[in-house]
Design a protein around this ligand. Sequence first.
Ligand code: WTA
Length: 669
Amino acid sequence: MTDTTGTTPLENLSAERRAFPPSAEFAAQANAQAELYERARADREGFWAEQARSLLSWSTDFSEVLDWSGAPVARWFADGRLNACYNAVDRHVEAGRGDRVALLFEGEPGDTREITYAQLLEEVSRAAGALEALGLGTGDRVAIYLPLIPEAVVAMLACARIGAVHSVVFGGFSAEALRSRIDDAQATVVITADGGYRRGAPSALKPAVDEAVGPDDDGTPSPVQKVLVVRRTGQDVAWTEGRDVWWHEALEAAPAQHTPVDVEAEHPLFILYTSGTTGKPKGIFHTTGGYLTQTAYTHLNVFDLKPEQDVYWCTADIGWVTGHSYVVYGPLVNGATQVLYEGTPDTPHKGRWWEIVAKYGVTILYTAPTAIRTFMKWGEDVPGQFDLSSLRVLGSVGEPINPEAWMWYRRVIGADRTPIVDTWWQTETGAIMISPLPGVTAAKPGSAQVPLPGIVAEVVDEEAKPVPDGAGGYLVLSEPWPSMLRGIWGDEQRYKDTYWSRFPGIYFAGDGAKKDDDGDIWLLGRVDDVMNVSGHRLSTAEIESALVSHPMVAEAAVVGASDETTGQAVVAFVILRAEHLDKVDEAGEGADVAATLRKHVTKEIGPIAKPRTILVVNELPKTRSGKIMRRLLRDVAEHREVGDVTTLADSSVMALIAQGLEKPAASSD
Ligand code: WTA
């Protein structure tokens, strides 16, 4: 394996020998005990059937666990029937737990709302009725473009309640990105808000929707018929009569009761777009029964959830899969009480998260390494001012966590006492796949370690052969799992090509990995053209196509360079069209060019895709067949000596690029 992009070099990881077993006290009370592994190994399908039956309420029981005859499209629990919203809400109320708090909402400006399961039931019932009144029904697609407010959770559940398929689009994506996702899924309704609060000020969302649902450049009308608008900030919004509907008015007009629509286990639950190796985002779609089984199972066992006692907080936005599986479905199906925080960690001060932990007595915290590294930068005095003694389990997700950040997380946030679960999974896997079990595993800083009971993962070489302990290769999943994606929306061939063709018959995750001497798995980052910036997946091709869509750019190459805080950062190399060259000064810095292009990428995709650095170059390193050699560009971006250039069509190119770089580059604001 040559081309991994992880943040911690392999040599350093090999030196990592620390291990932190759970305390005897924690181990004794843990939901998941070591025998879970044996049970799952002895009868994998039986194990999953047991999880499905014990964790979910089915209106019709299933007779077959897994149907793999249509591989690589799995069918789990296929003749069973259920409703996702009923499982997340109604049944808790029916069981007499309606007074339990489901959501402890904290808005960025400091407004709060406590929503019990009984109140949540009334809201989702009204919302489901409102969606039906707009003409929506089973199988219809609904785009959700909202800030992290309770209505986002309600909107998702209301879709599930009527059998409609939600497609949540992160509120930080641009109108263009929203449009392409709406069009691809052919969504007929968008649920949005006037705006949300971001860094102490209201920011608008509705204008992006207005732009996204207008006719496109060719005059093709949008499939969207109705736009439901949540009033969050109270700012003025443009209004299209006949199309736009206030959320609160629609809910008031709907009945307080609604019967959830019974669906088959394989009924689509949601589509979520994620970046792949080509310019066009992939609509990953998940179905109902298997997805709910595995999200509930992992949430209960990996976080050791005790629903009556714990206050759980996953800091992810619902725009990402972590928000789907570990803010909405996993916790609510398990009847958890959880914090939902709208804002950023540093508003109005850098201790905001720790203040929230102390205020609500958060016991389980699930976040991303990039956040932890940011807190490390801000210093331990900040969390030191708050009482964090309620915390008992800490989780990490989204990218490899470097051992230093892991140790800091445990020592400063976890008082040297809490287990840490480093959870590896993907939008495609739907739920956690590789992670320690907090009451069982002696955790190693920086390693996700072992596949969960019921999951089969391997590290293989180029020939798909498992590598021996101590060696590196590619991470694959060798057996189907309940929450696996069922495909890419509208493009079955792309599903097969992307995940099942590199190693025929097994799922290729796109990640490099290594097994240590104990056989524990260490994730090393993506081996394809997908970057991981602050735990968000971005595709090099998507940003390149955004860049070349600007009239001044002739050609662009994008790489992910290591970054201390964000894991990777977007670095773009661009060749300008001749008529724009005069805008670039002699040193090749072209500050105004960089600013213009960064703004353009923000408009095309969203601020998260904005390059940290843009370098104007005259040439790009290419192989004789014309493929851009990103490996060499990454060497340049990471200030390393440039590697082997013998396959370059013109080997002097790298010298020219490196020369241009000796001057400070046009960098981030
Ligand atoms: C990376 C996020 C190392 C990995 C849930 C994967 C991780 C991609 C970890 C999926 C982890 C996620 N350790 N790497 N604990 N968790 N990744 O689809 O490269 O946004 O392929 O899902 O994030 O990102 P996605």
